[in-house]
Design a binder for this molecule. Sequence first.
Ligand SMILES: Nc1ncnc2c1ncn2[C@@H]1O[C@H](COP(=O)(O)OP(=O)(O)OP(=O)(O)O)[C@@H](O)[C@H]1O
Length: 247
Amino acid sequence: MSAAAIRVDDVTVHYGEVLALDGATLTIEHGRVCGLVGMNGSGKSTLFKAIMGMVRPDTGSVLINGHSPAKVRKTGAVGYVPQSEDVDWAFPLSVRDVVLMGRYGKMGPTRRPRAADHAAVASALERVELTEYADRQIGQLSGGQKKRTFVARGIAQGATTLLLDEPFAGVDKRSEATITRLLRELADEGATVLVSTHDLHALPALADEAILLMRRVLMHGPPADVLQPENLALAFGLDVLGRGESA
Ligand SMILES: Nc1ncnc2c1ncn2[C@@H]1O[C@H](COP(=O)(O)OP(=O)(O)OP(=O)(O)O)[C@@H](O)[C@H]1O
C-alpha cells in the first residue's frame, strides 16, 4: 500500500507565545481535492508552512508521500501557491521567470534551461491561460493572474501535491473558475490538492472533502457534512452561511 499523499501527525506550532497549531492531525489520500476552512488566525497558513517544511513544528511530524517535506521539496513533487501577502510583487521577475523557477530542481547547478524546461513552462502557461502574459512583470498582474502564475509554477515543476493558500482571495470570477477547473483536472490526473478558502458556498463544487480547522482539525469529511451549521458554529462561532438556526 502506498503512503498517503499528506500525513500530518499531532503537529503543534508556536510563534513565541502564540499557539498557532495545537495537535493538528490529518491524512489526505492521492487524487483528492481537500478544502481547508477556518476563521482568520485558525492556523491555515501555518499548516501549509508546516507541510512545506517552512515552519518547524514544536512537536509532531509531517510526511508527504511518506517522506519529509525537505526531501520532497528537492524533487519538486510538492508545489505551493502562497498567500499574496507573502510574495514581493515588486521583484523584477516576469511571469515566465516565476514559472521557470519550478524547473530549477531539474536544471542542475547551472540553472540553464533546456528545451524541455521551456516546453514545460509554455505548456503550464497555456493550462492556466496566461501565455499572452508570459513577459509581464508579476506586479503588473490582476489578483487572479498572480495566483494562476503560481499554479503554473507548480504544474511546470510536475508537482503531485499542490498546496494553495487562499487562491480565490481578491480574484475575479474568470480566474476563480479557471483555477477550480484546473485543480479538478490535476486531481483527476492523480495530484493531491489542499486548498484554503473563505468561500464556503463554493466548497462543494471545489472539493471532494473538507477540513475545518481551529488550531486543530475539528472535522474532516465530505463538504456537505463539514458545512453543517452546528460545525460552522463551532469553527466560526456564527451562522456564516446565513441559513438560520438548525432545527
Ligand atoms: N510569523 C508570525 N509571528 C507571530 N505570530 C504569527 C506569525 N504567523 C502567524 N501568527 C499567528 O499565528 C496564528 C495563526 O496564523 P495563520 O496565519 O496560520 O492563520 P490563518 O488561518 O492562515 O489566518 P488568515 O485566514 O487570516 O490568513 C494567528 O494568531 C497569527 O496571528
